[in-house]
Design a protein around this ligand. Structure first.
Ligand code: SF4
Ligand code: SF4
Length: 383
């Protein structure tokens, strides 16, 4: 495993890290197995944005014996209320949730205290101007968090964080689909080197990457595979599948990026990600694959991130969207809704037909997904 400096935090992080996406439905024993595998592969950074008590306890128990070898990203503002994840800037609720994180991780400090999920300028201004920031600053000044970080999908708020001077690192969604301009036939226009001549990338994202690098703000990466979409030729916005190694290499070759934090649903997936370390230059090369791909934009596609929660009636929107996508691919190719997918859908506590169309979730989706319309389509498909 190669290790990289995480910008001005001076922490050395494994270039392949451990995100906790996909372990929510796993047992404590399975989570321990995945964590043991990540450790054996040399990973030393993990992100726990989830407030789910089961995930926190299982992860905390799995690293209890060697907590100090792990660099932990813990999020301020990810809370658990009414059996659901709720993002909030309410300082009191944040304190309860952060104390819970410390307790479940059997620790008195978190290395990277993340200002959780700031995609709107108004939210950034609100967060930094009141009791929420006072709480984060208190955590930092008392040493409970080692460094202040932020997670975002938006280069505009990312840039504000870089310029603020108080944020030391940022977790950002990075993959070629998000970086690309909507359309170009010429790969040379789309993939320049990331030095001064970078071409074909979204201008705001480029400005953000460059500012982060200039300010020595290290980036950790989420959404490396765009929610699995880039690995599936049927769902890739490029019309071709990329391999995990190609996606990882893309992210690791962006400016300021230190570590790619991937979600693992099995120990095999940990090994598959770590195989990047021994992949040949040809196996890592993404540009040759994308050069002949029919390119188009990814906006509006669900990555199953879960940020749209909580739903007014308790629908697990990310799960519904995932089952819908799995089924829809089959149906679009002339097949039937797979029985297994239908069973998983039926087992949900709340299903898409319960959607009120209130739209409360849509404003929270960083990817502009038309959730109300998708709930209608999912209800029809699974009826
Ligand atoms: S629009 Fe539907 S899915 Fe979204 S919050 Fe309202 S009820 Fe839930
Ligand atoms: S609808 Fe948006 S916020 Fe919700 S899971 Fe999908 S991408 Fe994430």
């Amino acid at each position: 495993m190669q290790y990289r400096r995480l910008g001005r935090t001076e922490l050395m992080v494994s270039e392949i890290g451990y995100g906790c996406e996909w372990i929510e439905k796993k047992s404590a024993e399975e989570i321990r197995g995945i964590t043991d595998r990540a450790r054996a592969q040399g990973m030393n950074i993990l992100d726990c944005w989830m407030s789910n008590p089961h995930v926190r306890s299982a992860l905390g128990d799995a690293i209890r014996d060697d907590r100090d070898r792990w660099i932990i990203q813990g999020h301020v503002g990810s809370t658990w209320q009414g059996d659901q994840y709720v993002r909030t800037r309410d300082a009191e609720a944040c304190k309860v949730a952060f104390d819970d994180l410390l307790e479940r991780f059997h620790t008195d400090h978190i290395d990277l205290g993340m200002i959780h999920y700031v995609d709107e300028v108004a939210d950034w201004e609100h967060a930094m101007g009141g009791p929420y920031w006072e709480f984060v600053r208190e955590l930092r000044d008392s040493g409970v968090i080692g460094h202040v970080g932020m997670s975002t999908h938006n280069p505009t708020t990312g840039l504000l964080a870089v310029e603020s001077g108080v944020v030391d690192m940022i977790m950002f969604s990075v993959n070629p689909a998000y970086d690309m301009k909507p359309a170009s036939e010429d790969i040379n226009e789309l993939f320049g080197e990331y030095g001064d001549d970078i071409d074909g990338m979204d201008a705001d994202r480029l400005a953000f990457y460059r500012a982060a690098e200039r300010a020595d703000i290290g980036l950790t990466v989420m959404k490396t595979f765009a929610g699995g979409r880039l690995l599936d030729p049927a769902r890739s916005p490029f019309g071709v599948a990329l391999t995990p190694a190609q996606c990882i290499h893309y992210a690791l070759t962006r400016p300021a990026v230190s570590s790619v934090l991937l979600g693992y649903a099995s120990e095999e997936q940990v090994d598959s990600a770590a195989a990047y370390e021994t992949a040949s230059p040809d196996e890592r090369d993404y540009a040759s694959v994308l050069a002949s791909a029919p390119l188009h934009a990814v906006s509006g596609l669900c990555t199953y991130c879960g940020h749209c929660a909580p739903c007014t009636v308790g629908i697990n929107i990310a799960q519904v969207n995932k089952f819908y996508d799995l089924a829809e691919v089959q149906v679009a190719n002339g097949g039937e809704v797979p029985e297994l997918v239908r069973d998983h859908y039926r087992a949900l506590e709340h299903t898409a037909d319960e959607c009120l169309g209130c739209g409360a979730c849509e404003g929270r989706c960083p990817f502009g997904v038309g959730i109300v319309e998708r709930m209608e389509r999912a209800a029809e498909l699974f009826a």
